[in-house]
Design a protein around this ligand. Structure first.
Ligand code: ADP
Ligand code: MP5
Ligand code: MG
Length: 530
């Protein structure tokens, strides 16, 4: 099938595709085109999901959104009262109107109510090339109403999925696509992601919003090579109608801007989490599943939104701090070490280079940033605000004798992440007042990487965590033998552990990071169960 987007995606990365595309950016009267998503989906009269969610999401993410409406639903917070499918030839006309005139970057499909509509969409994609196709295989609404019946399954499996750059089923949809297999655990979700990948999409995201008994909102991303377990806190709210549509259209919007796939997925997950948190108490309608507010950015001060947008406390989970001496000793470059740590599950990286020429530090920072960005993992620079600014890293980590947090905030602006090392409750309070995003608390245990650094032990850590208004990452002598104890305490605000030697003073960084990640997962889930 001559779908242009798919021809591109089979052979080229998103970066490469962007270069190809930039050569055909439409310029009219000297103007440049803006990133453009075409949403092919159903209308939700309650405006929480479907086309309406897609329009609001793209608006919130600064991307243009055109729309092809496949069905009109009479729907509210109680459920779907009625569905009126738009005739297939009229769907085809809408597709032609948009695609023959406008330069669409990414197509996102939602509710496709009949086999005929799927075929019409595929024909249009064969005729007009786009950079990527995001498929949200909508079948059943959160309220349990059927939006596309079982007769669609074989066409989804055999014709639509093989064309998708990413497919984003929820648990029920993944199960239906795989012939009704049981999906009850995160391990089942991984199996499902792998089985769905075999049907042909380049990437799969199995969403766990409805995973029974899960304390976090866990999604599984699989790109055919690696699995990524994407976690966020589960927001306690009834306002989750439209989360799936919003996630998929945000992925499409970020892809349209040029993000690599994993970054787009991470950003989208964070956007949904932030919007749910912001809207958790709003009241719209009398039903059990309310919509949320996609345009929170317009209301909240841009300052606080940007800060939240840039930093997600769950990124502190496995915090890798580099050490050039150790990497030299084991004969690997800093970039290779960072890449391995990220592959093993590191959720944030801090570049810590003592005794190094500024110019070399900057070069290392830029190379590491490229690796981190391609995986959606933030990169922080130790101490050096100038290097963070010059490399456009995601932020800095400062100690008590470095630049104070408040000065760092002024220099770096609202969007960068700032962490501060703190041993006491007073220091944690100062870090919060100064505008930091998190604190590093320790040394918990004694360590060779910091001489003459008094330890505060688990009791000191608990005291600071309990008083801190900021999320905390524990640091100092943490390794595979004690990480479980630290995370297993289930102390409030403690989001993860920072590690140097246990990852980098080892022969196999990838294996060590994986091991530690697994240990932390186990410890944090058992502490939540208690
Ligand atoms: N209460 C929640 N808190 C945080 N994230 C959530 C919550 N519910 C769903 N999500 C997230 O929203 C996205 C959509 O997931 P899901 O609700 O499973 O899809 P769908 O809306 O298609 O059923 C996923 O990233 C999921 O993890
Ligand atoms: C028109 C339309 N499209 C999609 C959904 C699914 O959204 P959700 O799973 O969040 O209810 C919906 N309810 N209505
Ligand atoms: Mg849902």
């Amino acid at each position: 099938m001559a779908c242009g987007g798919v021809i591109l995606s089979n052979s080229l990365s998103f970066y490469q595709k962007r270069i190809v595309m930039s050569s055909r950016v439409q310029e009219k009267n000297g103007g440049a085109s803006i990133p453009h998503v075409l949403s092919v989906a159903g209308s939700d009269s309650g405006a929480g999901a479907g086309i309406q969610a897609d329009l609001k999401t793209c608006a919130a993410r600064g991307v243009y959104c055109s729309t092809v409406i496949t069905a009109v639903t009479a729907q509210n917070t109680v459920g779907v009262q009625s569905v009126h499918a738009v005739p297939e030839d009229f769907v085809a006309q809408q597709l032609k109107s948009v695609l023959s005139d406008m330069q669409v970057d990414v197509v996102k499909s939602g509710m496709l109510p009949s086999v005929g509509v799927v075929k019409v969409l595929l024909q249009s994609l064969a005729e007009f090339s786009v950079r990527a196709l995001v498929v949200d295989p909508v079948m059943v609404s959160t309220s349990g109403d059927v939006l596309a019946g079982p007769s669609i399954l074989s066409t989804f499996r055999e014709e639509l999925l093989p064309m998708a750059d990413i497919v984003t089923p929820n648990i029920k949809e993944a199960s239906a696509l795989l012939g009704g297999i049981r999906l009850e655990t995160v391990a089942d979700m991984r199996t499902a992601a792998e089985l769905l990948h075999a049907l042909g999409p380049r990437n799969v995201l199995v969403k766990g919003g409805d995973l029974p008994g899960s304390l976090d909102a866990v999604d599984i991303f699989f790109n055919g090579e690696h699995f990524y377990e994407l976690r966020s806190s589960r927001i306690k709210t009834h306002n989750t109608h439209g989360t799936g549509c919003t996630l998929a259209s945000c992925i499409a919007a970020e892809l349209a801007k040029g993000s690599p796939m994993l970054t787009a997925v991470r950003v989208a997950k964070r956007y949904v989490e932030t919007a749910l948190e912001y809207s958790k108490d709003i009241l719209i309608g009398n039903g059990i599943q309310g919509p949320f507010d996609h345009l929170l950015r317009l209301k909240s001060g841009s300052h606080s939104f940007h800060r939240k947008d840039a930093f997600n406390p769950s990124d502190l989970f496995l915090y890798a701090v580099t050490d050039s001496g150790m990497n030299k000793k084991w004969g690997r470059s800093m970039v290779d070490a960072v890449a391995e740590a990220i592959q093993g599950g590191a959720t944030i990286v801090q570049l810590r280079e003592k005794d190094v020429e500024t110019r070399d530090f900057l070069e290392t920072a830029k190379s590491c940033l490229a690796v981190c960005r391609s995986h959606g993992v933030p990169l922080l620079i130790n101490d050096r605000i100038d290097v963070a600014l010059a490399s456009d890293a995601d932020g800095v980590h400062v100690g008590q004798s470095d630049m104070p947090a408040t000065v760092a905030r002024t220099l770096l602006g609202p969007e960068k992440i700032i962490g501060v090392s703190c041993k006491t409750v007073e220091q944690a309070q100062q870090a919060w007042i100064g505008g930091a995003d998190y604190i590093g608390c320790g040394g918990v245990y004694s360590t060779n990487t910091k001489a003459n650094n008094p330890t505060i032990g688990l009791d000191g850590l608990k005291t600071v965590c309990s008083a801190s208004k900021l999320p905390v990452v524990a640091i100092g002598g943490i390794n595979a033998s004690n990480a479980g104890t630290v995370m297993g305490m289930g102390v409030p605000n403690l989001k993860g552990v920072a590690v140097v030697s246990a990852l980098f003073d080892r022969e196999n960084v990838l294996a060590e990071t994986k091991k530690l990640h697994a240990l932390l997962m186990e410890a944090s889930s058992s502490s939540k169960m208690q």
